[in-house]
Design a protein around this ligand. Sequence first.
Ligand code: SF4
Length: 64
Amino acid sequence: MTTVTVDKNICPHNHVCPLIQVCPYNAISQAKDGYPIIDEERCVGCGACVKRCPMKAMKLKSTN
Ligand code: SF4
């Protein structure tokens, strides 16, 4: 299974995350600290957020 992780060293977590609107599976929300949260139950690893993150902070990861 593939999902994504957020590189917290890259994400500036100081703005509304544009990827919330990008994810076709509604798998991204945003925490109070500004980092995106990935719902791994919903994420299908399509990679749309990886391509669209302006900071290149999202990385695909294999979970098995
Ligand atoms: S990889 Fe696709 S399904 Fe998973 S969070 Fe990113 S846009 Fe959503």
